[in-house]
Design a binder for this molecule. Structure first.
Ligand SMILES: Nc1nc2c(ncn2[C@@H]2O[C@H](COP(=O)(O)OP(=O)(O)OP(=O)(O)O)[C@@H](O)[C@H]2O)c(=O)[nH]1
Ligand SMILES: [Mg+2]
Length: 444
């Protein structure tokens, strides 16, 4: 890991041990996609050298240290033996637990939220992304009387974590943090104002929007690239994408649509991050179609899907009033038995099986999106003055069908459009009248 503070160069990566508490309530293991393997990926993703990792059953979580005496002693022994500088607890710790563990272990302790914040910090590229992550990290740190680790610490210009800060220092830190939070919020507002202007520009493009959501590493960016021909970064690492990207695509019917790629979700996503990323996730909350991308090759894909649905709910994204389509990706690498199970499920609930890498199933997916959009369509008759060339062209481009009849200086156009698009049209050409609104077709 290279440090930029000039203190030392070409330093060996920090050594870390990971303990994953498995908290069983009434002996039941909670359904979550979080796993020791995932924690290792997160840690190596920020350049840590994971020298030891294991799960620890916790039947009675202790308020002071989470783990019991025996576990702590063993962990201390491991950490010493492996010369680890850092202990990662892949679960959530209260500020007091974190502090007590640091004392007991005599080294820095990072919990799952802290770890995920570090990963986001490392991945952030755009100004908005960097600001959002800083905001999340600061509001997390504010509640803790301990300092954060690695680069977030460096960004703050801190002096490292050894020794642990005294109470007076902490009070001071807190005031500094509050000032920083205020400043970042103002900067974010500024950045978002600019982005809102872009968004209203996109709205004027008047095409349905399709958002890709899913667990991190499910293949959203790869699918995005396959569908748009774009060169968005796709990589086998967690949270390769942080900033939303949008591109226009053409559906098989010839109708245009806008596809957006977004940040992935993860089990036990820190609330601070959900809050900080709420604005960028607006692309999802405003989408007409949500494609939930699953990694069919991952044995935990069902748990991942339930985590994703949990985050969508936490974001207040209703899935009832819009089209939600389950897309099972990585079919090329999936277990045949698992695939058969999902196929049976799709026969009942709908969905698509694809491979973003080989392209298998992708045409079918596009046709399915068209079909679902068409299903939302209803017929309306509009009285459009002949001179409104732009409106007439728009209707021809976007409608599923158009029948035209002359009526004096006007045209009567019977078009079939999804409700959302009729609204878009009426907003843009408010002076054009609907003369007849037929019932929703509602056929398959
Ligand atoms: N075998 C196989 N691998 C795939 C497929 N789609 C994506 N991958 C691989 O999965 C890894 C993650 O892909 P991404 O597209 O970056 O995943 P993502 O969902 O955008 O991930 P985040 O941005 O981190 O949330 C990459 O190594 C891809 O090459 C697929 O259809 N088959
Ligand atoms: Mg991505």
């Amino acid at each position: 890991m290279k440090r930029e503070d000039g203190e030392s160069t070409a330093k060996a990566p920090a050594r870390a041990i990971i303990l994953r508490p498995e908290i069983r309530q009434r002996g039941v293991r909670p359904l979550t996609a979080a796993s020791l393997e995932e924690a290792i990926s997160l840690a190596t993703g920020i350049g840590l050298n994971v020298v030891h990792a294991r799960e620890v059953k916790v039947s009675k979580p202790r308020a002071s240290t989470l783990f019991g005496e025996g576990v702590l002693e063993e962990a201390k022994g491991d950490a010493d033996a492996y010369e680890a500088e850092l202990l990662i607890v892949d679960g959530s710790l209260t500020p007091a637990q974190q502090r007590n563990l640091e004392r007991a272990m005599d080294r820095k302790v990072l919990d799952r939220t802290g770890l995920i914040l570090e990963v986001f910090g490392e991945r952030a590229r755009t100004r908005e992304g960097v600001l959002q992550v800083s905001l999340a990290a600061l509001s997390y740190q504010r509640t803790r009387l301990v300092r954060s680790w690695t680069h977030l610490e460096r960004q703050r210009g801190g002096a490292g974590f050894t020794g642990g800060p005294g109470e007076r220092q902490i009070e001071l830190d807190r005031r500094i943090i509050d000032d920083q939070i205020d400043r970042i919020k103002k900067q974010l507002e500024e950045v978002r104002r600019t982005r809102a202007q872009h968004r209203s520009g996109r709205k004027r493009a008047e095409a349905p929007t399709i958002a890709l959501v899913g667990y991190t590493n499910a293949g959203k960016s790869t699918l995005f690239n396959r569908l748009t021909g774009a060169g968005v970064l796709a990589a086998d690492r967690l949270f390769a994408t942080l900033d939303p990207t949008m591109r226009g695509i053409g559906l098989p019917s010839g109708r245009p649509a806008i596809l957006s790629d977004t940040v992935g979700f993860i089990a036990e996503l820190p609330t601070q991050l959900v809050e900080a990323f709420r604005a960028t996730l607006e692309e999802v909350s405003e989408a007409d179609v949500i494609l939930h991308v699953h990694d069919l090759s991952n044995p935990d894909h069902a748990a991942q899907a339930s985590d994703v649905r949990g985050v969508l709910a936490e974001l207040g994204i209703e899935t009832e009033d819009r089209i939600l389509l389950d897309v099972y990706n990585k079919a090329d690498a999936a277990d045949p038995g698992e695939r058969a199970l999902v196929e049976a499920q799709i026969a009942v609930k709908g969905g698509a099986i694809v491979s973003a890498v080989t392209g298998q199933g992708v045409d079918g997916l596009m046709a399915e999106i068209d079909r679902l959009l068409a299903r939302e369509a209803s017929d309306v008759v509009l009285r459009v003055p002949c001179m409104e060339g732009e409106a007439i062209a728009w209707l021809h481009r976007v409608s599923f069908s158009v029948e035209t009849e002359a009526a004096g200086d006007d045209l009567l156009l019977r078009v079939s459009l999804p409700k959302a698009e009729i609204d878009r049209f009426m907003k843009r050409w408010s002076e054009i009248a609907i003369v007849e609104s037929a019932s929703v077709r509602g056929s398959s």
